[in-house]
Write a new protein. Structure first.
Lengths: 86, 750, 159
């Protein structure tokens, strides 16, 4: 099952452990939309408006278009706060 | 992959002359202030004389009555935009704040904040008209220091700002816009395992990006509402989109033609003048030109964030890190949005450590809204971690590079910001630093050495390219990212490589917003990576089309046609070159052209190492850089000369920030040094040659292995210089810049 | 009241009208459309507006337009001859001695003046001669190397 890593402030919406701790959850989903649906079923506070504020890395690669990506059973999807650049 | 990438190139990696070079060495290149139009007016901005005040009234009537004045505006002409963050590609923007920064509504929040503007037949008349505008202010208490701004009794800039990210909702408005925290492991247990713990608090001043070209634009609004803009920026699509928001005009009604850009470094990633000039042009029916003075650039355009960085790190006797705890407090200026959280995500990125935490605070002050400056937030954050690591290495008597190698991340390690690293070159870069002769040069009395590591994510994002093959076989490569440091050269090299044709046949162009697909900013070290990738994809489409055309001419199956050295090849036929195929374009399918757009994924992180030797004059406190070595994993250097240039330029900006550069405010919150004489950037005689070492650990996420180059170079110099000075004088200076006064005071107190 | 000025720019006779307090850089750029000379600070600190005035280097933002009366001005536009760059210009291209290029016209004018006075400057002499020309992109390294190489090229061409 793919692993989803929730970093930083996302933990505020999951109620898992201490605020800020990195936490991993397993999902059945094999694409990004399904990952979101499953997460939102687990953690209702993770609304679209919350998740939309985060970037996504899949298997170590920052992905700009997660809607187009599929996951492998051993994939790891990480939500990462968006960053600004110079 | 690595060898395949490194060995297969014909033109990539050569030091070709840049295609736009002759225009730039002869003065023919047109920058923002070099454009003019028939009938053009000049516009000037009236700026706040107070650091914090309520605007009670503005009377434009006397200015409007002056001969030669054609229009005058306040923020009333702009729609009052809804507050709230909107996604804008490379980060989020609150367009309410952006609009208020372009021209103040209700309150001025910093000295120099735009209040009104006038367009007249000459600059002189426009300036005279500014003096005729009557503004009444109710002056409010101000705060320019982030430490003071966080205090409970500090003047509050925004009554509707409540700290986001607290465990409990904030009860009262605050200057702390947000708090974000990332942690992993068990900090208390980590510090309990430590044999040594070092804790320090660092202060970093506000610094300006210091581009030599002031912001400038010409805007013409036609009777039908079409807005044409010529402007210098790090992204003309950004200028179009932001201007559209501030004006409330559809994106489709705005066309932006990019001027050459005279430096940006992150400071030209937003708009200041363009919406103002557009509003004045719409009201006057004439084109309007605006050029900032240097003083305006210093007072009112985004400097880099001042910071307080508190760091506590624990390590075992063998140098293994057991716990890292940090607080990164960065100054956003007048409106929220400092890069504190970004810096906090960079500061531990080079290292493995099981127990660690960062807390990032975004704080507003009565100073100009800050803007990005090369790896925004990272230099400030790295300063703290890298200086403390050097102190730990000193205490444990471990070589500082060995300490870093012991804890360095490598492929497969999880970065502190969450993702697992693919191939990265940190260890290679550290090993190269350790082996460099400059690291083994004996130090004389009064000299000191410092080493530090820097990290930047590097960005992908959206890019587009079009390639047109002309009759005769010459090739136009059209992209949409302003060329800030030689990117036309890298686009030409990548196109020549992908097409297999001589570099001289390629001519790169940077098109206006209607002549090429959308492009995100020239920033984030993304242009060579992402726009280059779009060029490669477009070139591959040309190759594919050429193979099909050749197959048709030869009456063979396209699968039997290959492409080699710029020509279609098939057994039993003479090769058909790109020029020959272009000559037959009309009968083989029409013009030979291709476009490609992408939202590039797979940007590979970049690591840099700085080695610095300084000499300190114990009588004057003056610090001289006697040797500086910049090493960096760049993935693949497309044009090594311009890669080295990025490394050298970033090093010197970091040296300037460490030793000289700072904003100095008076008791009224007015910047006291808004000019190059008193805001002293490094000049040629301040510096030695900068030694550079390019490390090439190809990015597996890019067809040519590119990572991105421009940002890591500024991340490591500040801690390297600071450590070198501290080693030279045996002190623990933690407040930048390391001016002669501060160094002397430290020497006196020893 | 506008003042009539007769001068010479890049060996061409030129006349213009200006106000008494108009700076020469504004006259060059806005009146005469010689925009190769750049304006970075207006206070003589950045050197982007460097010109040669009667044989001496000057920041054209610190010179009044009226001061050009009867004088000889050389700007970046006069450095290259048709089809031939000056050795400093070619060397800057060969050594990647410019990034954004906004300081480049001032650097070219200043470096040419140095090499006309000193055919074999040391690195330190080049650094001090160009200390009045700010460059924020390059860290100066490649500019200094380019000027030293141009000096060598000129010496070899002369010998």
């Amino acid at each position: 099952m793919p692993t989803v890593v929730l970093t930083g402030d996302l933990r505020r919406y999951t109620g898992l452990g201490e605020q800020g701790q990195i936490e991993e959850v397993q999902v059945q989903a094999l694409n990004y939309r399904a990952v979101r649906r499953e997460l939102q079923a687990m953690f209702p506070l993770l609304e679209d408006a919350v998740l939309d504020k985060y970037g996504v890395a899949i298997d170590g690669v920052m992905v700009q278009t997660p809607l187009l990506e599929t996951l492998e059973p051993d994939s790891e999807l990480v939500f990462i706060a968006k960053i600004a650049a110079g | 992959m690595r060898d395949a990438v490194t060995n297969r190139f014909k033109v990539i990696g050569t030091r070709s002359v840049r295609p736009d070079g002759i225009e730039k060495v002869t003065g023919q290149a047109n920058y923002g202030a070099d454009y003019s139009l028939p009938g053009m007016l000049w516009a000037k901005v009236l700026r706040s004389p107070h650091a914090h005040a309520r605007i009670t009234s503005i009377d434009l009537s006397a200015a409007l009555a002056m001969p030669g004045v054609h229009a005058a505006i306040t923020s009333d002409v702009f729609p009052d935009l809804k507050a709230g963050m909107e996604d804008s590609g490379e980060g989020e923007v609150d367009f309410h704040d952006l609009s208020c920064n372009v021209m103040a509504r209700d309150k001025v929040l910093y000295h120099g904040h735009a209040v009104a503007a006038v367009a007249a037949t000459s600059e002189r008349i426009a300036e005279q008209a500014l003096a005729a505008i009557k503004v009444d202010y109710e002056v409010l208490p101000h705060v320019v220091d982030i430490g003071v701004a966080m205090a409970a009794d500090a003047p509050v800039l925004h009554q509707d700002m409540f700290t986001v990210g607290l465990a409990e909702p904030a009860a009262a408005p605050s200057n702390i816009a947000s708090r974000s925290e990332i942690s992993q492991g068990d900090l208390a247990a980590g510090f309990a395992q430590a044999d040594i713990i070092v804790e320090r608090s660092y202060r970093i001043p506000t610094a300006h990006q210091g581009y030599i070209e002031p912001h400038a634009c010409v805007v013409s609004v036609n009777q039908d509402g079409q807005v044409d803009i010529w402007a210098s920026s790090q992204g003309h699509f950004m200028v179009r989109d932001y201007t559209s928001k501030v004006l409330g005009v559809a994106v489709g009604s705005i066309k932006v033609t990019p001027a050459e850009i005279g430096g940006g470094f992150g400071g030209k990633t937003t708009v200041y003048l363009e919406p103002v000039a557009a509003a004045l042009s719409a009201r006057s029916g004439r084109p309007v030109k605006m050029v900032m003075t240097r003083e305006e650039v210093f007072r009112a355009t985004g400097p880099a964030a001042a910071g307080i960085v508190n760091v506590r790190i624990g390590a075992r006797d063998d140098g293994k890190l057991t716990a890292m705890d940090s607080e990164v407090i960065l100054d956003a200026g007048a409106y929220k949005g400092s890069p504190a959280a970004t810096g906090a995500r960079c500061m531990y990125a080079p290292y493995n450590c099981d127990n660690r935490r960062t807390v990032a605070l975004d704080v507003v002050t009565n100073t100009a809204k800050t803007a990005a400056y090369r790896a925004p937030g990272a230099p400030q954050a790295h300063l703290g971690v890298e200086c403390v690591l050097n102190e730990i290495a000193d205490s444990l008597d471990i070589d500082p590079i060995d300490l870093r190698l012991l804890n360095a991340v490598d492929e497969g390690d999880r970065a502190f910001f969450g993702a697992k690293y693919r191939a990265i070159g940190l260890k290679q870069t550290l090993e190269a630093a350790k082996a460099h002769p400059n690291y083994h040069r004996p130090l004389a009395n009064g000299q000191g050495r410092g080493v530090a590591v820097g990290f930047w994510f590097n960005f992908g994002l959206q890019s587009s390219a079009t390639i047109n093959v002309h009759e005769g076989g010459t090739v136009a490569v059209i992209t949409g990212n302003p060329d800030i440091g030689g990117s036309r050269a890298s686009m030409a090299l990548m196109a020549a490589e992908a097409l297999g044709v001589p570099l001289e046949t390629i001519k790169p162009h940077i098109a206006d917003t209607e002549s090429v697909g959308y492009n995100d900013l020239t920033g984030g070290s993304r242009t060579t990576f992402a726009s280059g990738w779009a060029v490669i994809n477009a070139a591959e489409k040309i190759v594919e089309s050429c193979r099909q055309r050749a197959a048709a001419l030869w009456e063979v199956d396209v699968e039997t046609v290959s492409w080699a050295d710029g020509a279609a090849v098939c057994a039993g036929h003479d090769p058909l070159t790109l020029a020959q195929l272009a000559a037959k374009a009309d009968v083989t399918g029409g013009p030979l052209t291709a476009s490609a757009s992408l939202n590039a994924k797979g940007a590979g992180p970049g690591f840099a190492v700085s080695l610095c030797d300084v000499s300190v004059d114990r009588d004057t406190g003056k610090v001289d850089i006697i040797s500086f070595t910049a090493l960096q994993d760049v993935g693949k250097a497309i044009h090594p000369g311009y890669v080295e240039g990025q490394m050298e330029g970033g090093a010197v900006q970091g040296i300037g920030w460490a030793l000289n550069e700072e904003y100095i405010f008076d008791s009224q919150g007015r910047l006291e040094n808004p000019g190059f004489l008193d805001y002293r950037m490094p000049v040629a005689s301040d510096l030695p040659m900068i030694d550079t070492v390019i490390i090439e650990c190809p990015n597996p996420g890019h067809p040519y292995g590119v990572r991105g180059v421009g940002e890591p170079p500024i991340c490591a110099p500040m801690p390297a210089v600071t450590t070198a000075v501290n080693h030279a004088i045996g002190a623990h200076l933690t407040t930048l810049p390391l001016t002669p006064e501060r160094v002397l005071a430290a020497l006196d107190s020893l | 009241m506008a003042i009539h000025v007769t001068t010479s720019i890049n060996a061409e006779p030129v006349e213009f009208l200006c106000e008494a307090d108009d700076t020469l850089v504004h006259v060059l750029r806005d009146t005469l459309n010689l925009t190769g000379t750049k304006e970075g600070c207006s206070t003589g600190d950045c050197g982007a507006c460097t010109i040669v005035l009667d044989g001496r280097l000057a920041c054209s933002c610190l010179v009044l337009g009226v001061e050009a009366e009867g004088k000889s001005i050389e700007t970046i536009e006069g450095v290259a001859t048709p089809g031939a760059l000056h050795a400093v210009q070619q060397s800057l291209l060969d050594h990647a001695g410019l990034q954004c290029g906004i300081c480049t016209p001032g650097i070219v004018v200043a470096a040419r003046a140095l090499l006309e006075r000193n055919a074999d400057p040391s690195e330190e002499e080049v650094r001090y001669w160009l200390a009045g020309n700010l460059c924020r992109c390059t860290g100066y390294d490649k500019i200094i190397r380019a000027v030293l190489a141009a000096a060598q090229d000129l010496r070899e061409a002369a010998s």
